[in-house]
Design a protein around this ligand. Structure first.
Ligand code: NDP
Length: 347
């Protein structure tokens, strides 16, 4: 296979900070501008996550240095690698490990990264599929695996997903239903009930049905995937069945956890923490292989939009305002095209 050529300059969205403040700028970069790493990747797609919205809008707490290329997910093809693990042309995925936060991320036509942080693109998939899944889908998969590792099986009874209409939640609903579980989806948006049923939810409950009342409630959930935290997580734990497993993924509703030790010492409930950022490589590969099996591109098409890199600043504002539904793939290679043209050219 011939080695793909690298242009003298390429386009990237970079966050810069100076006396005028923090802002996104489209810049022409050279390879010398990129960070350290043994592998050069031509980025085909990235994605848009809430965290990316915070970064591009210059909100505090995400970006650790300037200038930096944001984008916490990327998928593309290896141009060259000194690792021995990857060959030119190999398809790869990178989520987490601090990209788009501490080191340069996916909003760039090229990325230089450590091979150890990459996952091979599963057979039969492509970069668009990988970024339709992205960190949100990967996190949902890790949560489902945590329930299964804890011995929760479909015959044990109902499982609960909180924040179900969100990115992590809706993928968890779909994956659990696919695995044969009877899924109850908790949402604050009753208008999304049809959407959630379409993903496989057997039952929908309102967000306000999960408020903590007492340390131990009537046993209901065999397992829980929680993306909300705070009182919602506490209420879910209180109603988790003996030896059930609760996977804690997020803090959309708050960072506190007003519970007691009773569910853990009187019912043997397991609270499993999910951190997609630092997930070890073997588990990453297992999760992505399972996603390729259980979440085909056809299942994601209806909940995914594709947009060019030039739209990212506008999209960042929209996701923070809660105006983005489902997943957004950022087509890094398509520049300047209108969204409709982007979809047409690539499909
Ligand atoms: P989304 O914004 O897409 O979804 C969050 C959902 O939480 C919303 O759709 C809503 O669900 C619910 N929600 C929002 N605000 C509140 C509130 N005040 N009280 C109760 N429920 C609320 O985010 P993601 O799905 O991408 O992420 C979910 C969480 O997971 C976030 O906290 C995120 O930081 C975290 N996360 C963690 C990762 C990890 O590695 N652990 C990786 C990725 C994300 P509904 O409308 O159905 O009520």
């Amino acid at each position: 296979m011939s080695t793909p050529t690298v242009p003298a300059t390429f386009r990237a969205l970079r966050m810069v900070k100076d006396d005028a403040g923090i802002r996104p700028e489209f810049q022409q970069l050279t390879l010398d501008d990129l960070g350290a790493g043994d592998t050069l990747v031509r980025v085909q797609c990235s994605s848009l996550n809430y965290k990316d919205g915070l970064a591009v809008m210059g909100r505090p707490g995400v970006l650790r240095r300037y200038p930096i290329i944001p984008g916490i997910d990327l998928a593309g093809e290896v141009i060259s690698s000194e690792s021995g693990e990857y060959q030119p042309g190999d398809g790869v995925i990178l989520t987490g490990w601090g990209i788009g936060e501490k080191v340069d991320g996916g909003y760039s036509e090229f990325a230089r990264v450590p091979a150890a942080s990459l996952v091979p693109l599963p057979a039969g998939t492509d970069a668009v599929w990988a970024m339709s899944v992205g960190t949100a889908g990967f996190t949902a998969m890790l949560a489902v695996m945590a329930l299964e590792d804890g011995g929760v099986s479909p015959t044990d009874g109902e499982v609960l997903v909180t924040g179900a209409a969100g990115g992590v939640g809706s993928t968890a609903v779909r994956l659990l239903a696919e695995a044969g579980f009877s899924v109850t989806a908790s949402t604050g948006r009753p208008q999304e009930s049809d959407y959630l049923r379409g993903l496989g939810a057997a039952n929908i409950i309102g967000r306000d049905e999960l408020t903590p009342s007492r340390p131990l409630d009537k046993e209901r959930w065999a397992g829980v995937v929680d993306t909300v935290g705070s009182g919602t997580l506490a209420a879910a734990i209180a109603a988790t069945r003996t030896h059930g497993v609760v996977a804690a993924c997020g803090n959309a509703g708050g960072t506190d956890l007003p519970t007691t030790v009773f569910p853990f010492i009187l019912r043997g409930v397991t609270l499993a923490g999910i951190d997609s950022n630092t997930c070890p490589a073997p588990r990453r590969r297992a999760a992505w292989d399972r996603l390729a099996r259980d979440l085909p591109a056809s299942a994601l098409a209806d909940v995914t939009q594709r947009r060019p890199l030039s739209d990212v600043p506008e999209l960042a504002a929209q996701i923070l305002a809660g105006q983005v539904r489902g997943r957004t793939v950022i087509d890094v290679a398509l520049e300047g095209a209108a969204p409709e043209e982007a979809v047409r050219e690539r499909s």
